[in-house]
Design a binder for this molecule. Structure first.
Ligand SMILES: [Zn+2]
Length: 81
């Protein structure tokens, strides 16, 4: 019986995480994921796939600094002011 409780717990936690990540990505939260290529809203430059984080926020939550106009973008391509 204990084995089943462990299994149900593991499945429950995994499903919960997947659902949470999906909701966060839909809401464009910093905890979400974005696998699509992002374009700079200012100059329209396609952002590189391999990004070099320039600060702690970019290391933790993703995002990029536009190589052309040096504006800071989050991982969804929105300007961070
Ligand atoms: Zn730009």
């Amino acid at each position: 019986m204990d084995r089943y409780i462990d299994l149900i717990l593991t499945i429950g936690i995994t499903l919960g995480l997947i659902i949470w990540l999906t909701i966060m990505s839909k809401l464009k939260s910093k905890y979400g994921l974005n696998f699509k290529r992002v374009y700079c809203p200012v100059c329209g430059t396609k952002q590189p796939i391999i990004r070099v984080p320039k600060n702690q926020i970019q290391i933790l939550y993703g995002g990029n600094t536009c190589p052309k106009c040096q504006i800071e973008l989050d991982k969804y391509g929105n300007v961070i002011s």
